[in-house]
Design a protein around this ligand. Structure first.
Ligand SMILES: *Cc1c(COP(=O)(O)O)cnc(C)c1O
Length: 224
């Protein structure tokens, strides 16, 4: 658990050195390809939020860990045939890029659960293969999600391409922060979440306003 302790300490130090408020950055432990046993160890240490990319894999772990109070975040691509199980088992989804997906999650969110927290995945760098919506598509999607009562829109998410330097790694994070401000201003909202920063670039993401960083390798070591 030393790694976990170190990372936690490091997050607090970066918050301080970049002028962020203490504890304004939440750690999402990305546990794809990691065992239920490792997840349980981290949970026992105090980590509550875990992120999974693959539904079938996640459901198996949830069964193993049903006695815990883990908050599960879905951070992978979503096919239509997966939305029901996602709506039933997760409390956050970070990777919304289509109104249709949002609509299905809304309709399938069980009544006894709180609204599902949602982030819109944004594609700033215009890569053909990357998922996410282009900046000009954000506002229409935000408006659509606002009409879905079983969803709670929280903010924006990004997976930037790897940067050639620390300096350039700041750019997409800064842009995402600006986009969130624009959306809030234009639609008079107070969306509070920037899901950005992974093992390689979380320092830059925190400096640029991340509220959730998603760490896998830095916490668990390399995936098998
Ligand atoms: C795998 C993954 C992560 C974690 O990546 P690391 O580099 O291992 O920290 C974060 N976010 C998403 C969306 C991922 O798929």
């Amino acid at each position: 658990m030393d790694t976990f302790k170190d990372i936690y300490k490091k997050i607090r130090e970066i918050e301080k050195s970049t002028g962020r408020n203490p504890h304004s950055v939440e750690l999402l432990a990305v546990s794809k390809k990691q065992s239920s046993k490792k997840i349980r160890q981290l949970w026992e240490y105090g980590q509550k939020a875990f992120g999974e990319n693959y539904l079938q894999e996640a459901l198996l772990k949830m069964a193993d860990l049903h006695d815990t109070d883990i908050n599960w975040h879905f951070i992978g691509p979503i096919q239509n045939n997966k939305t029901r199980k996602i709506a039933e088992n997760f409390c956050w989804v970070h990777t919304i890029e289509k109104e249709k997906t949002a609509q299905r999650l809304n309709d399938q969110r069980p009544e006894h659960l709180a609204p599902l927290n949602i982030c819109i995945q944004v594609n700033i760098q215009d890569e053909v293969t990357k998922s996410g919506v282009f900046p000009q598509e954000i506002i229409p999607l935000v408006k659509a999600i606002q009409n879905l009562p079983r969803l709670k829109l929280r903010g924006l998410m990004i997976i930037p391409k790897s940067s050639s330097s620390v300096q350039s790694s700041h750019i997409p994070f800064r842009q995402l922060n600006q986009l969130l401000n624009q959306v809030n201003k234009e639609l008079n909202l107070s969306l509070d979440t920037l899901s950005m920063g992974m093992s390689n670039d979380y320092q830059s993401a925190i400096a640029e306003g991340a509220t959730i960083i998603r760490l896998g390798t830095a916490l668990f070591g390399t995936r098998e």
